[in-house]
Design a binder for this molecule. Sequence first.
Ligand SMILES: Cc1cc2nc3c(=O)[nH]c(=O)nc-3n(C[C@H](O)[C@H](O)[C@H](O)COP(=O)(O)O)c2cc1C
Length: 168
Amino acid sequence: MDDEERKAKFLEAMSRGATFVSVLTTDGEGGRFGVTVSSMTSVAAEGVAPTILACVHQLSPAANAILRNKQFCANILHESQQEISDLFSGRQKTEHGQRFDAVKWSKSGNGQPLITGATANFECVLRTSVLWETHHVLIAHVLAVHLNDDPRALLYGQRAYRRAIDIA
Ligand SMILES: Cc1cc2nc3c(=O)[nH]c(=O)nc-3n(C[C@H](O)[C@H](O)[C@H](O)COP(=O)(O)O)c2cc1C
């Protein structure tokens, strides 16, 4: 299998697993930025505090802001928030500085932007990171969790937005 074929098959294989969609938001000396990710996941609920990780491209201004600010929120989007996913993935051509004007948000206890209406928000403090070739792997402790009454999360799979439905 040559490199091209392996990469294409890898992307196709990964696209077959639906994931929830999060926006990582950060504010501080490094600036206020947000980025849409499907790579946010749990590392562990046990330990000093629950831990999450996310992988963000090294060229993403949000990744570099998180590395400087050391604080961020991970917002798991509600299934109605597809436009917010597009906004923070650059699919909607809105400048970084104006993205936060286009969404409702509030400040969390650790001074980070909490996206209103997300199905869950995690207030996070960055504990370590690894630059793995193209992407920063960010590992963070969760300081606090906010839960929306409506648990329906936006999903992304087979290269499209989805929602979870019961298996009949
Ligand atoms: C559903 C979805 C999931 C994404 N997941 C990731 C991810 O896990 N890591 C990442 O670096 N980029 C991810 N992206 C891409 C970034 O959101 C976006 O392309 C990148 O930030 C460049 O846009 P910007 O420079 O305008 O912010 C994802 C995009 C979408 C739409």
